[in-house]
Design a protein around this ligand. Structure first.
Ligand code: MG
Length: 384
């Protein structure tokens, strides 16, 4: 019996993890957390009866406590804030923690979970982007496995199975290209959040969908892949593949390319992360390759999608620079979603924030969180 804690159970990955759990018989949910959506949390609690619920928003946590007290769920412990999130991440009865919160909020709980020797099923790429060296070192020290849920990284991980003795020559990281593939800079100045939120293939949360439109998502994934698979960034090739059928691939030294294909459905990588090394049958949609017909691959347009370039530059600088890139991106994307800035302001804000920052090497978790905070504050200060 697998016992899991889900950090961020009401978001896109969280709710799909819940669906996967319904399909997997041998699994128990020990803790769930959410930002503020207590209606969904209450329903999930009713179905899965966790021991602990953590709600980031204090008032919402109080409201949930009040609601549960009148039901048969009054014995469920309800906590709030980062403290609650960390408690859910380190709850003794869980052996695996699914990290599917939005953004950098996931760093501390993931770090603490690793220290408590929990296996990590990681959907929140920002954790690896910001804290890559710290998180991977800590995982190695504690003998903890980090299983990727991000579809590309799951594909790479799957392509590595049975090849532990073979060196990776190159990773082929596929990108859909997002809703603005093929457009040039001047055609993107006036696009709205509504247009950017229309992703052609994947159904995801708002933050990651905007990241796909700017291609920052792929930039963050390059950094994530570097840490997860211990390769140099020069070995990671981003390839635009609009059909999103080949989820990524590994090229070995003999020239063989092994990839993983399937319909774009996050439930497959979630399921594999929770049942690894086994594969469990499901009734999710299957790939009909003759219906897909043609798979195409092209070079990304670095000139138009500058965020991709900024991510490469941040990881080449190293240290705390990727944390600052990520922090500035989170602020810029939130501002774009609120209509405060234009689409092409996103890379500019990130670039200027990185330019103003003095990078730190050999950082602690506190210094990491500090640089994240600095990045946010600086990006906010230049929004207008
Ligand atoms: Mg992905």
């Amino acid at each position: 019996m697998k016992r899991i804690s889900i950090l961020g159970s009401t978001g896109s990955i969280g709710t799909q993890t819940i669906e996967v759990c319904r399909n997997l018989k041998d699994i128990n949910i020990e803790a769930i957390t959410a930002n503020s959506n207590i209606d969904i949390v209450e329903k999930q609690a009713e179905e899965f009866r966790p021991k602990l619920i953590a709600i980031m928003n204090y008032d919402k946590a109080e409201e949930l406590k009040e609601r549960l007290s009148k039901t048969t769920m009054s014995n469920i412990k309800v906590l709030s804030g980062m403290e609650g999130l960390v408690e859910a991440a380190t709850i003794e009865s869980a052996d695996t923690v699914v990290v599917s919160v939005v953004g950098n909020i996931g760093i501390k709980p993931t770090y603490e979970a690793i220290n408590c020797k929990k296996e990590i099923a990681l959907a929140t790429k920002e954790v690896m982007v910001s804290g890559g060296s710290l998180i991977t070192n800590e995982a190695e020290k504690n003998g903890v496995r980090i299983l990727p849920i991000d579809s590309e990284h799951s594909a790479i991980f799957q392509s590595l199975q049975g090849n532990s003795m073979n060196k990776i020559h190159k990773i082929i990281l596929t990108a859909s290209g997002g809703p603005f593939r093929g457009r040039k800079k001047d055609e993107l100045i006036n696009v709205t959040a509504k247009e950017a939120l229309k992703h052609p293939n994947w159904d995801m949360g708002a933050k990651i969908t905007i990241d796909s439109a700017t291609m920052m998502n792929k930039g963050l994934e390059v950094i994530e892949a570097k840490w997860l698979f211990n390769v140099d960034v020069s070995q990671i090739q981003v390839v635009v593949h609009p059909q999103s059928i080949l989820h990524s691939a590994v090229e070995y030294e003999d020239g063989a390319v092994i990839g993983q294909m399937g319909v774009p459905d996050m439930k497959v990588p979630i399921s594999y992360a929770l049942t690894y090394p086994n594969r469990i049958a499901n009734d999710f949609e299957k790939l009909d390759i003759t219906k897909v017909g043609t798979l195409t691959f092209e070079e990304p347009d670095f000139e138009t999608f500058q965020c991709l370039d900024l991510a490469y530059s941040a990881i080449k600088t190293g240290g705390t620079m990727p944390a600052v890139l990520n922090a500035a991106n989170e602020i810029a994307v939130a501002a774009f979603l609120k209509g405060e800035i234009g689409f092409m302001d996103i890379p500019n804000i990130i670039k200027n924030t990185m330019g103003a920052y003095t990078v730190k090497y050999n950082y602690s978790i506190d210094e990491l969180l500090q640089s994240d905070k600095w990045g946010r504050q600086y990006a906010k200060s230049i929004l207008k």
